[in-house]
Design a protein around this ligand. Structure first.
Ligand SMILES: Cc1ncc(COP(=O)(O)O)c(C=O)c1O
Length: 408
């Protein structure tokens, strides 16, 4: 089964009895995810799963490349001792050196194993670096729309996520970012190619961010969350951030590029240009350990050292992007054309995105409200579905659009 449940196995939910107030509050704030899941389950039961088109999950529906699975088998069959033992908390030095070599080739910067820290996916990479950067009350700026977990990742470490609206093309409005900087700002967290919009931030945005950070009264780091870097269409080049921004940290994973999100393997790369790189590396090695990650999975470290530059075939995602984008715009939806990742993020024909998600659900189409990504008035459509689901789901998008416009 591809989906995962947020519902408990048994029993009613007794809010606030044993669970902390903070997590109880977070659960209430994130309850729309749960409501959507329950709504989807109800619809599938009522109408039959084949009549419900579920575009909610960003979980690759494809299998990893055969070379990746073959490499995993080789690691398991290896007679070499201690392949599955503890290691330095930052990861195997040989693996980090292999990643550093790729980073040197991509950026021209002198990365070494001492700049790379293997992590339990991009989520762990972000938590590891935020714990190293934040004191209670510190602020992390991000650009809407953003990956919804950022709110909780910042709060995990006593921080606060401050959301800055984007330009009309959903790229960063650096003037607005600068206006949001306070003495508590420690980091700027951006994600390109973007979940949920599929937009790729241009090099010029990072040039502006570099100039802005140079004007800041104290060091602020740019954390570039890039798990979709390899999933791009139309020959667009995703700019390398570290050559453009001095104090930059890349957080990424192979979850999407190799379709192995369940295996939990990624890394943090601290720019060799950052004056504090050595100090921050030591801090991140410690925070990764004490957050309980200890180290990234050994098996998958060896695999990505060998085949981590492979990428899934992006052609089917491009085809589904084209089908969905062209289908939606033909109906009348307004939408920035996604150039990467596997999402489409159109505007809703009415301002209330949650109400529109309900209208779509009545037509058998499940999507996620933009409010969850800091951008009301939009919906996120995930393309991690069969091509057939896109084709058969589009009439539901059309009926809901007409109803919302009062066309019945
Ligand atoms: C923008 C973004 N960042 C981070 C993550 C977390 O990725 P991982 O599965 O590697 O932890 C995701 C997962 O969907 C994501 O979309």
């Amino acid at each position: 089964m591809r989906s995962y449940s947020t519902t408990p196995a048994v029993g009613p939910i007794l809010r606030g009895v044993i669970v902390s107030r903070a997590v109880t509050d977070n659960l209430a704030r994130a309850s729309w995810i749960r409501r959507m899941f329950e709504e989807g389950a109800r619809l599938k039961q009522e109408r039959g799963a084949e009549k419900v088109f579920d575009f909610t999950l960003g979980n690759p529906e494809i299998e990893p490349p055969p070379a990746v699975l073959a490499a995993a088998r080789r690691v398991l069959d290896s007679p070499e001792p201690h392949r599955h033992a503890y290691m330095p908390n930052a990861g195997h030095v040989a693996v980090r050196a292999a990643v550093a070599k790729r980073l040197r080739a991509a950026t021209g910067l002198p990365y070494t194993a001492g700049h790379v820290l293997m992590t339990v996916g991009a989520g762990a990479a972000l938590n590891t670096v935020l714990k190293a950067l934040l004191d209670p009350g510190d602020e992390v700026l991000t650009v809407a729309p953003f990956f919804a977990e950022y709110v909780f990742y910042a709060e995990n470490h006593g921080g606060r996520l401050v959301v800055v609206p984007p330009k009309a093309d959903l790229t960063p409005d650096v003037g607005k970012l600068e206006a949001a900087i306070t003495p508590r700002t420690r980091a700027i967290l951006v994600n390109s190619p973007n979940n949920p919009s599929g937009v790729i931030y241009p090099a010029s945005a990072f040039v502006e961010i570099e100039a802005m950070l140079a004007r800041a009264a104290r060091p602020i780091v740019l954390v570039s969350d890039e798990p979709y870097r390899a999933l791009v269409f139309d020959d667009v080049v995703v700019p390398e951030v570290p050559p453009l921004v001095t104090r930059s940290i890349v957080a990424t994973s192979w979850s999407k590029s190799l379709a192995i999100p369940g295996e939990r393997i990624g890394y943090l790369a601290l720019s060799p240009r950052m004056p504090e790189a050595a100090e921050l590396f030591e801090a991140c090695t410690f925070t990764s350990r004490v957050l309980g990650f200890v180290n990234a999975p050994a098996l998958w470290q060896w695999v990505v050292a060998e085949v981590g530059d492979q990428v899934i075939d992006v052609a089917p995602y491009r085809e589904k992007r084209d089908l969905m984008y062209e289908g939606l715009t033909r109906i009348g939806y307004q939408c920035v054309k996604p150039q990467g990742a596997f999402y489409v993020f159109p505007r809703t024909p009415i301002d209330d995105d949650v109400a529109f998600v309900r209208l779509l659900a009545e037509e058998g189409v499940l999507t996620v409200p933009g409010s969850g990504f800091g951008m009301p008035g939009h919906i996120r459509i995930s393309l991690t579905v069969e091509r057939e689901t896109v084709v058969r789901g589009l009439p539901g998008f059309e009926r809901a659009f007409r109803k919302a416009r009062g066309g019945g």
